[in-house]
Ligand binder design. Structure first.
Ligand SMILES: Nc1nc2c(ncn2[C@@H]2O[C@H](COP(=O)(O)OP(=O)(O)OP(=O)(O)O)[C@@H](O)[C@H]2O)c(=O)[nH]1
Ligand SMILES: [Mg+2]
Length: 358
């Protein structure tokens, strides 16, 4: 699972990428031209607590993989534009970064921020790219000399998708039968990907709690069901490079209650229906990420395919009573230990020990 950071040039994607992943990629107009890949540690106070309780040799937080994709500039060649679009296409979900902050340096080349226009233009671009692909595929299907029943069926379906897009409806809203899904297998569309918005604001805008186009952006994202967070990418990145004792002062001063990374992680977990379960012990305390509804056996497979194959039982207790009572022994005494079978649906915050046999 990889999340693409996308949007217009100079929106602050690479700045945000550096903040999230602790990288030092060059930013700015003459910044790097290439896509960057990195992963971010998902902050989780539950892991902090478990680690302080078990004092393991290793503490491993969940991670989210990000890909920083440069924005397409007006003067870009078609080849570059299409290469960048392919990068977007290969991401599983998209975080669109929106330039709202004021910066004389950036405005000298990129002009005044036009956040609402950037937001809607980018959405339209994704739709246009999908239309382009659909038209090509439909033409190919119809021109194929030995067009069988399946090709006809497929072309019909693609035309239905095309109509939706031309009416500016998202593909997320198109109802698909299981046959449709079969016909579409392996085809991915940009406007169908989960999309989140990061509004990249500056310090003043953060203090004021307001910025240009705020109301329009809120209305648009509400209507389209796009989750939004506001981040001061540059400020946070600078703070993250300070010594810990200095950091606190700045965070207090700005009233940054939650880090950009924390907000982004929470938004992606919620919207993508992801949950965490934990494994604990003297060796290792670790968070694992699975989709809501994953059963115990599948969850075991996250750790190792042998554990999935040889699955016998899952010993489960929840983080909450452990946090309240302070030790696994007390949790056991209080009767919160459970033995679950392979079909048990793992819950967010479960602490699991898998019994298996290979
Ligand atoms: N003042 C201010 N400047 C910012 C902020 N975020 C980014 N910048 C500046 O904006 C410029 C562009 O930032 P980048 O992170 O390189 O932008 P990008 O989205 O990666 O741009 P491309 O890769 O060209 O698409 C850099 O000079 C950053 O320092 C911010 O929150 N405030
Ligand atoms: Mg960049």
């Amino acid at each position: 699972m990889q999340i693409g950071l996308v949007g217009m040039p100079s929106a602050g994607k690479t700045t945000l990428f550096n903040l999230l992943t602790g990288s030092m990629q060059p930013t700015g107009i003459s910044g790097a031209d290439e896509t960057h890949i990195g992963s971010a540690v998902v902050p989780d106070p539950r892991i902090d607590f478990l680690s302080s309780l078990y004092k393991p040799k290793k503490t491993i937080y969940a991670r989210i993989d990000f890909k920083d994709i440069p924005g397409v500039r007006m003067d870009d060649s078609r080849a570059r534009a299409s290469r960048l679009l392919d990068e977007v296409r290969s991401a599983d979900a998209l975080v669109q970064v929106l330039r709202v902050f004021n910066s004389a340096e950036v405005e000298a080349t990129a002009g005044e921020p036009t956040p609402y226009r950037d937001l809607t233009d980018y959405g339209a671009e994704l739709i246009l790219a999908d239309i382009d692909i659909l038209e090509k595929r439909i033409a190919r299907l119809e021109e194929s000399p030995k067009a069988g029943k399946e090709s006809v069926e497929q072309a019909e379906l693609l035309k239905r998708l095309l109509t939706a897009l031309e009416n500016e409806e998202s593909l997320k809203g198109v109802e698909l039968t299981s046959r449709d899904k079969e016909l579409l297998a392996g085809q991915s569309f940009l406007s169908e990907k989960p999309l989140f918005l990061v509004v990249n604001i500056d310090e003043d805008q953060l203090r004021r709690g307001d910025y240009p186009d705020r109301e329009k952006i809120t209305a648009y994202t509400l209507e389209k069901g796009i989750p939004v967070i506001e981040i001061c990418a540059l400020v946070e990145m600078e703070i993250s490079r300070l010594q810990p004792e200095e950091r606190f002062e700045f965070i207090e001063d700005l009233g940054l209650h939650d880090s950009g990374l924390g907000l982004l992680a929470r938004m992606t977990y919620e919207s993508l229906n992801l949950i965490s379960f934990f494994t604990v012990g003297d060796d290792e305390v670790r968070a694992w990420t699975v989709h809501k509804g994953t059963n115990a056996r599948k969850a075991a497979g996250k750790i190792h395919s042998d554990i999935e194959r040889g699955f016998i039982r899952a010993e489960v207790f929840h983080y909450d009573p452990l946090h309240q009572l302070g030790s696994a022994a007390k949790v056991r005494e209080a009767g919160h230990f459970r033995l679950e079978g392979k079909d048990y649906q793992v819950a967010d915050g479960d602490i699991i020990n898998f019994r298996f046999n290979v």
